[in-house]
Write a protein that binds this ligand. Sequence first.
Ligand SMILES: [Zn+2]
Length: 50
Amino acid sequence: MGSDPDRYEFVCPSCREDVVVDSMVQAELLGRGCLFCRADVAETDFGPVD
Ligand SMILES: [Zn+2]
């Protein structure tokens, strides 16, 4: 029944790492940067999960 609204696909703008996260992890990424390379992350780096 459609996609889970609490899931986001994150693609790092710097290292291109691709991971599906929930809103809590999204907030952490926005606050602390990419888990993998520490680049700054913006809300535009998140998209809907198919
Ligand atoms: Zn990264």
